[in-house]
Structure formats: C-alpha cells, structure tokens
Design a binder for this molecule. Structure first.
Ligand code: NAG
Ligand code: NAG
Ligand code: NAG
Length: 402
C-alpha cells in the first residue's frame, strides 16, 4: 500500500514538477549562519487536518533531498529516537520535530542547492496536497572571490584610472561595492595602505591625490553581505612626473678671474622634484640691456659652475633652475656685479697749454670703457732727445686736468 502511494506521488511529482520549479521558496543566508528549511507539505497538512495531524500514525515518512539526493529522512515504525527514525546525513543537519523542518547549522557556500521535502500521509486519509513536494532554494552567500588584476587605463601626475575584471558567481551576487587598496611603492603593503571606494559595484575607479613621479601598487577588493574578498592580484604604476615645484637655492656667487663668476647652489628638496633631477640651467641677464647668456649643467650632483664670457664690471641677474626632464623649476636669482678689469682704452687729451717756462696745463676726458672705478691717471712725459725713463706723475681720479 505505501508503495502505491509513492508511485502515485511520483506521478503527481511529475505533474507538478513545472509548478514546483517555479514555485517554492528561497532562503538566503550568509555563510556560517544557520538556515531553516520549512517543509511546505507538512505545514499544509497541519492546516488542513487540524487535530488529526498530531495523531501518532498520520505522517508515515518524510524525506529531504538536496539536488535529488536524500539528505534526511523520518521513518515511522522504528523505535522512538532510534537513529534510523530521525536520520540525517550530516552532523550539521537537524530535524525540527512536528513540522519536519530541516535546520542546517554553520552553513557553507556548498550547501547552496535546491532542497525538496516530501511527506507520506497514512493512506486512510485523502491528502493529495501533501503529495506535492515542497521546494526550498537555499542560497548561502559567501565572501566573493578576489577580483582580477587591475588594469591602469590612464594616469596623470596625481591620479590613476583603474578597472578590473570580476566574475561574481550567483552565491556572491549582489556585489555591494568594490574598493582598491593603494600601497606606496612597488609591492602591496598590508600594514600601510589606503582604501579607495568605487562608486557602488562599478568595476572602475579614479584614484586621486597621488604624488607625481611616485610608484604605487593597486589591488581590487570585492565586498558583499558576507564580507570582503581577499585583495586581487596587484598592479604597480608610476604617476607622471611634472616640473619641480620649488626653486634651487643659490649658496654663493663669487668673482673669478677675468670677469668670470663662480656660482654655487643647492638643488630643490627631493620631495619637490617630482621627477629625476637631470641638470640645472644657469642664466645671466645683463641688466638694462636685455642681453642674456645661458649655460646647461648636466647631472644631478654638480653644484658649482663658472660663468665665462661675461663683461667686466657689469651688473647681471644670475638665475639657476633645476631640470627633471618634465620641465624647469622656478628660478632662484641674485643680482651681482662682475669684477673690475683694466680700462679698455685710455683717456683722450682735450687740450694742452703752455702756462710758463716751468708748467704745462693738460686736460682730458675719462676713457669710454673704464671697466671699473677710475682711481687715478698717470701722466707720462719725456724730454726729447734723451734716452731716459719717462717721468711719471700720478693724478687723483677726480681731476681731469693737471
Ligand atoms: C551591482 O549592484 C546592483 C544594484 O545594487 C545589483 O542589482 C547588481 O546585481 C550588482 N552587480 C553585481 C555583479 O553584483
Ligand atoms: C666682484 O667685484 C666687484 C668689484 O670689486 C664688486 O663690486 C662685486 O660686488 C664683486 N662681485 C661679487 C659677486 O662678489
Ligand atoms: C672723488 O670724489 C668723490 C666725491 O666728491 C669721493 O667720494 C671719492 O672718494 C673721490 N675719489 C677719489 C679717488 O678720490
């Protein structure tokens, strides 16, 4: 007799297969929590049969199947509480007696399945509704798998645009949000990093407020209701460089020989370089004339240079700029005068008058290119016909006659 009921039940099962696949209920739990699967036919039977339901012989057999395989069964006729009366396939499963619910404790992602509850009612009762299996779709939500390696799609001196692939499987969906772990340097740093959040579950993100010409390592992380994935494979990128933002410091400018200037400087502080220091540019602007000379000093360690070819006793604005291949820094400058040189030409005598038998009155104009402050003039005179040393007379510079 029970066999006939089962066959009949199977037939009904086929008839109702389409309906139950669509119908049934869904239970969603986060991995680690307990899930209670209600046995729908038992609940219906209890409603329809009222007090009869609690009669000791009414429910003859109950079965729970997970994706078709029996995982728990109740069988009337065994001694009360015999292991075979309330059988479960796993220590994590437990019957709720009376309603034949199945509790799965400390759920795992692999518990995700379609569960079916079938009951067999004593054939003395006409209960076709109880023959339709109850279907519960259990979804155990686990932490998502880590996203794939991020791709740097563009970067500037201060930002990097990233995107990453991620194939989230149904038990992990919906992904609530993504974030990117930003570490300084060329490897992930779990102790010192910054998390930058994407806009919800978009798989792209612009990381800004970065420093120019600096290496960073990025790893994407996915988060759902069960928690965060471990960080995905890392990608390292260097931000673009830009011109140094601080000027070098001129330490000293000294007069060298022959109108040269010796310039000594310090490059800008490393934190302000924003690129590799490759050299310095020195310029000398002659004041009021617009004339300009330029020197390029290669290398990051050179700190001194001699400026040649300048005019003597001339005012210049000397400037120094640092070069990092991305541009020149602001300039450091200083106004200096080159050293004096000997006058380029002599004074021109403008008049000569014989005053008496013992004196001559001489006047002249200062040289056109004195190359410094004239401190004195020398007047030479010889007595004609005599092979002798010339007589020299020194005259204060403020005089132009004597
Ligand atoms: C992203 O979020 C939306 C809205 O919350 C959600 O509908 C969608 O399923 C999520 N996508 C993934 C891949 O989890
Ligand atoms: C170079 O020498 C001139 C003349 O002696 C002086 O005026 C000037 O200040 C000196 N320049 C520097 C940079 O020391
Ligand atoms: C020339 O005269 C000026 C002012 O009259 C004075 O300051 C300067 O010292 C004098 N120069 C010399 C070389 O005597």
């Amino acid at each position: 007799m029970p066999n006939a009921v089962w066959r009949c039940g199977l037939l009904l099962l086929l008839l109702f297969a389409a309906a139950s696949a669509r119908g049934g209920s869904e239970v969603r739990v986060v991995a680690g929590k307990d899930a209670t699967l209600a046995c729908e036919p038992a609940i219906t039977a209890r409603k329809r049969m009222g007090p009869d339901y609690d009669g000791p012989d009414l429910v003859r057999r109950v079965e729970w199947r997970q994706n078709g395989a029996i995982v728990a069964s109740y069988q009337q006729g065994f001694a009360v509480d015999a292991p075979r009366q309330w059988w479960v396939s796993s220590a994590r499963m437990q019957w709720v007696r009376g309603l034949y619910s199945l509790v799965i404790s400390t759920t795992e992602v692999t518990d995700t399945a379609s569960y079916e509850c079938r009951i067999e009612i004593d054939s003395a009762f006409d209960a076709p509704y109880a023959e339709k299996p109850g279907v519960v779709r259990l979804i155990v939500v686990g932490k998502p798998d880590p996203p794939g390696r991020a791709i740097v799609s563009s970067f500037t001196a201060r930002s990097v645009t990233l995107s990453w692939p991620h194939s989230a499987t149904p038990p992990h969906i919906p992904i609530q949000r993504y974030m990117v772990m930003v570490s300084y340097g060329n490897r992930p740093d779990l102790n010192s990093h910054k998390l930058v959040y994407a806009n919800g579950n978009e798989t792209t993100l612009v990381v800004s407020s970065l420093r120019p010409y600096t290496e960073y390592t990025f790893q994407a992380i996915a988060e759902n209701e069960a928690g965060r994935s471990s960080p995905g494979q890392s990608v390292t990128a260097r931000t673009k460089g830009e011109a140094p933002v601080a000027a070098p410091v001129i330490k000293q400018i000294r007069n060298g020989t022959d109108g040269t200037l010796i310039v000594e400087w310090e490059p800008p502080p490393p934190m302000t370089l924003h690129g590799p220091l490759v050299g310095h540019r020195l310029m000398a602007h002659q004041l009021r004339t617009g004339a300009m000379k330029e020197w390029y000093v290669q290398g990051s360690t050179t700190r001194v240079h001699i400026l040649r070819g300048l005019n003597v006793y001339t005012k210049y604005m000397i400037s120094v700029e640092a070069d990092n291949n991305f541009g020149y820094s602001p300039m450091a400058s200083m106004i200096v005068t080159t050293d004096e040189g000997v006058p380029s030409n002599g004074p021109d005598v403008t008049s000569l008058q014989v005053k008496s038998s013992e004196s001559i009155y001489l006047s002249w104009v200062p040289p056109k290119e004195p190359n410094g402050v004239i401190v004195s003039y020398f007047v030479y005179y010889l007595t004609p016909g005599r092979e002798a040393q010339p007589v020299i007379s020194e005259v204060n510079a403020n005089t132009s006659s004597g």
